[in-house]
Ligand binder design. Structure first.
Ligand code: PLP
Length: 281
C-alpha cells in the first residue's frame, strides 16, 4: 500500500510516525473512515463535516481546506487503485515532550491509508449479524470521533469471546449505539427508531444519509432512545456505519429478532442506501 504520512505519499514499509506524537501517547487524535465503492467515496461530505467538527471540539488546528483533505483521499484511492474498501484519516494534535498540557503552537500530524475490503453483498449483509448487550464503558464525549477507542476494543473483543459478531452498548437503561455503528430498531407498527444526537453517541454519517433518503421516500426515522428490552422485542433491527453500510441485526443478546432473518423494512433500507451509492441491487 501507498500511505499518506505528514504530507507525503510513501510505501507503508517506509512510513514513520513520531514516538512523541500525542495521538500515540494520549489518544489525542481524531479520525474518520469513508467507504469507497466502485472507486467512489460514499457520503464523504458528511465525513468531512464531522472531521472538522471533531477538530474544532478539541481545538486541533489542522489548517487544511476540505478540498485539500479530499485531495489526499482521492490520491490514496488512485495510488492504491482502490475499488472497494475504506479510507482512514487521522489527525493528531502533534508532537511534543510528554505532558498532559499542550501548547497551541503544535503542528498537527495528518496521516491516511486505505483498506481494500468487500463492503456490499457480504454474507453478514445477506444473513444479518448477532449483537451482544454490554455496559457502555466509554467517556462522556462520544460525539467526538477520537482515536481513543479502548472501550470499543474491549467491548467488541468480549462480545466475540461470547460468540457474538458485535455489541450494542447500554447506559442508564438505554441503548447508546453499537461499538462502531449506530443502532436502529423497527417497531411492530413499522416505526424506525434511533437515538437523537447528543454527547452520548457519535453522530453517524451513514445514519444521517439514510435518514435523508428515508425522508425523500416518506419514511420517517424517529429520533428516540430505546431500551435493551425494546430492542430485543423489535420486529427488525439493524446498525449503520461507513464500513458496514446498512447491516441487519438478527439476534440481540439471548433473543432472536423477529424470525431471525433480516426483515422487509431492513431490506428496503439496504436497497435504498445502495441505490443512492450507485451500487446495482
Ligand atoms: N458510532 C460509533 C461509536 C462509531 O465508531 C461509528 C463508526 O465507526 C458509528 C457510530 C457510525 O458512524 P458512520 O456511519 O459515520 O461510520
Amino acid at each position: 500500500r501507498i500511505v499518506y504520512v505528514y504530507g507525503q505519499f510513501v510505501p507503508e514499509e517506509e512510513a514513520r510516525i513520531g514516538l512523541f506524537d500525542r495521538g500515540f501517547l494520549f489518544g489525542d487524535a481524531v479520525y474518520e473512515v469513508t467507504a469507497v465503492i466502485g472507486g467512489r467515496m460514499i457520503d464523504n461530505d458528511l465525513h468531512l463535516d464531522r472531521l472538522e467538527r471533531s477538530l474544532r471540539e478539541l481545538a486541533i488546528p489542522l489548517g487544511l481546506s476540505r478540498k485539500e483533505i479530499a485531495g489526499v483521499q482521492a490520491e490514496l484511492i488512485a495510488r492504491n487503485a482502490l475499488r472497494d474498501g475504506t479510507i482512514y484519516l487521522q489527525v493528531s494534535r502533534g508532537e511534543a515532550d510528554r505532558d498532559f498540557l499542550y501548547s497551541d503552537a503544535l503542528a498537527p500530524r495528518f496521516v491516511g491509508f486505505t483498506q481494500a475490503k468487500t463492503l456490499t453483498g457480504t454474507k453478514a449483509q445477506q444473513d444479518g449479524i448477532s449483537v451482544d448487550l454490554a455496559d457502555d464503558p466509554r467517556w462522556h464525549r462520544r460525539d467526538i470521533k477520537t482515536a481513543m477507542l479502548l472501550g470499543q476494543v474491549m467491548a467488541k473483543q468480549a462480545a466475540r469471546a461470547r460468540g457474538f459478531d458485535d455489541v450494542w452498548l447500554v447506559e442508564n437503561g438505554l441503548v447508546t449505539e453499537g461499538a462502531s455503528s449506530t443502532a436502529h430498531v423497527i417497531t411492530g407498527d413499522g416505526r424506525i427508531l434511533t437515538r437523537a444526537a447528543s454527547r452520548a453517541t457519535l453522530p453517524g454519517c451513514t445514519q444521517r444519509a439514510l435518514a435523508l433518503l428515508c425522508a425523500a421516500e416518506d419514511l420517517a426515522i424517529e429520533e428516540r432512545a430505546f431500551t435493551p428490552n425494546e430492542a430485543q422485542a423489535a420486529a427488525e433491527a439493524f446498525q449503520t456505519s461507513a464500513s458496514s453500510l446498512v447491516m441487519p441485526v438478527v439476534r440481540i443478546g439471548d433473543r432472536v429478532v423477529g424470525n431471525g432473518k433480516p426483515g422487509p423494512m431492513t431490506r428496503k433500507l439496504q436497497a435504498l442506501y445502495l441505490e443512492a451509492a450507485g451500487v446495482p441491487v
